[in-house]
Design a protein around this ligand. Structure first.
Ligand code: SAM
Length: 265
């Protein structure tokens, strides 16, 4: 198994920074409480990247990449990978920057604004991968973003979106699966095995280095609940990818009420 965490360096003594490895670890535990099969979806996405690049180190855009989760795994898997993390969260980008250092590019941009592409250092990506993020955007923006992402891919490049995407034909089972997952999660919080989303942000706010960035973050995501969450079925995403001009679009992976949809340029 690949040790992607070895990629997140321990703090340099005397440097006013953060323990990037520890923050990656706690972010992963917090996210895994929502998605116990989180690593499986990442592996499925990176398998698709490997299959479409034929052994060449990929140029990869980690869209709404947060702490650089996907980039760190790509670097551990593909020697020489060229990774760019795009996000607008100052806390998560600080963790991404401290983890990647000179091994990747950080782009601070709002995907709600069609101008995000102008902030990229390059286009022609082999892969644009995103996880657990686009449900923060409204439907019409996601549809437009799918078209914009296609434009930054090389011909034959792959886009993959992992997110909450229930199966259309299973409405009652989807609700039961969601309720069951919530109960399992609450039990984990009760034992202290994982930090909840609000508690993780409290820890970040209390950190000497991340605290000021957490205040900055409040301006970007002002409400306690950042904004609405919109989770259409995977079929909606596949249709929207087709309408956006991808030559192939479909479901790459499914786990419970989550899925990874892909589009090929
Ligand atoms: C739950 S996190 C997932 C981060 C990472 N992909 C992972 O799987 O660990 C959702 C991410 O989407 C980012 N995001 C949400 N809306 C965004 C927007 N309009 N522009 C840029 N990033 C956005 C957030 O800042 C956050 O980093």
């Amino acid at each position: 198994m690949t040790d992607y965490k070895a990629a997140a360096d321990a703090p340099r003594s005397g440097a006013r920074s953060i323990d990037a490895r520890a923050w990656q670890e706690s972010w992963d535990r917090q996210q895994e409480a929502f998605m116990p099969d989180r690593e499986q979806r990442f592996a499925a996405m990176l398998d698709a990247v490997a299959a479409t690049t034929g052994g060449r180190p990929p140029r990869l855009l980690d869209l709404a990449g947060g702490t650089g989760t996907i980039s760190l795994r790509a670097l551990a898997r593909f020697a020489g990978a060229d990774v760019t993390v795009l996000d607008q969260d100052p806390v998560l980008l600080a963790i991404a920057g401290a983890s990647l250092r000179d091994r990747g590019t950080i782009v601070d941009a709002d995907l709600g604004d069609p101008g995000w592409r102008a902030k990229l250092p390059q286009e022609g990506f082999d892969a644009v991968l995103t996880a657990t993020a686009l449900h923060w955007l409204p439907a019409e923006r996601v549809a437009a973003l799918y078209r914009e992402v296609r434009e930054v891919l090389r011909p034959g490049g792959i886009f993959a979106n992992a997110d909450h995407m229930p199966e259309e034909g299973l409405p009652t089972l989807s609700v039961k699966l969601r309720d069951h997952a919530r109960a399992v999660r609450e039990a984990r919080y009760a034992t202290g095995a994982a930090t909840s989303w609000p508690d993780w942000w409290k820890l970040a706010a209390a950190d000497e280095f991340l605290g000021p960035k957490a205040i900055e973050r409040e301006r970007i995501y002002p409400s306690v609940r950042h904004n609405h969450e919109w989770t259409p079925p995977a079929a909606w995403h596949v249709e929207t990818l087709r309408a956006a001009g991808y030559t192939e679009a479909g479901i790459l992976w499914r786990g419970g009420t989550d899925a990874v949809v892909v589009g090929l340029r």
